[in-house]
Write a protein that binds this ligand. Sequence first.
Ligand SMILES: C[S@@+](CC[C@H](N)C(=O)[O-])C[C@H]1O[C@@H](n2cnc3c(N)ncnc32)[C@H](O)[C@@H]1O
Length: 295
Amino acid sequence: MDDFEKYISPNATIYYGNCLTALHDVPDESIDLVFADPPYNIGKRFGEFKDVWPSDNAYAEWCYQWLGLCIGKLKPTGSLYIMTSTQAMPCLDLWLRERMSILSRIVWHYDSSGVQAKKYFGSLYEPILFCVKDPKAYTFNVDAIEVEARTGAVRKLIDYRKEVPAPYKTTKIPGNTWYIPRVRYRMAEYEEHPSQKPEALLERIIKASTNPNDLVLDPFGGTFTTCAVAQRLGRKSIGIELQPGYVKIGLRRLGIADQFDGESLHAPGKTYVRKNGNGVRGSAIDEKQIELFDV
Ligand SMILES: C[S@@+](CC[C@H](N)C(=O)[O-])C[C@H]1O[C@@H](n2cnc3c(N)ncnc32)[C@H](O)[C@@H]1O
């Protein structure tokens, strides 16, 4: 698809099309925060789109194209967070550090009780770069993202290094390793998409790097988690997505439309019946049974 379609509400705009095209429609220097979670070049299938490039270099070159456009759309005070695979991130890191200031290299990690690698250490994290255009002028709302500090809140230790000894603070700014569970089938936020990101991850990023009414851009909308969280937090957003199936999720999740091409849009109907026929349906779910689906 070379063109795009645009769906607009007071808080959010969805582009249905290729971000390399649609980004040209976004005014330059208008965006406060870009969150980019592109395909990782690891062979996943997103609807009709297969996430494979002919080489690592070809993938990196493609990333440089949309990254360059995104940087142009950011305000001088803007921030950009980008995710990709552990193998591709070093290329993007080298490219980005010549164009922006990289302030944090974040590790989003999670657990998995499912099958992991048996002959090497399985991958249980994804890297995120946090970059700003101007390291002397950017938004970082410390108070909005502080987490519990064990020393102060749990161990209740006293800091005797101070002239007048005082209890340690009970909160702190999170470090750069973030433990946030992945989206699981039984979670209310679950949508049918192979790499939906958790709302908690976007919540921390959006709260830290934007203020109410700021404008957030996500060039790879997927299930439009970024736009949904932005909307809940009183921010405005633009999301772009290539696959019609995921555009439908975004239109519904953001309350922009309840129909697409004459089709009614519904949240995924979940069944708790396992392939072997065990389990129960809908609201009559027994807690022990739910645990089976976490695996
Ligand atoms: C990793 S997923 C994003 C998931 C999203 N962060 C979420 O929480 O649901 C990447 C998405 O980019 C879409 N995509 C791939 N190439 C694209 C392109 N050139 N322009 C816009 N979207 C694209 C895929 O269809 C896929 O849904």
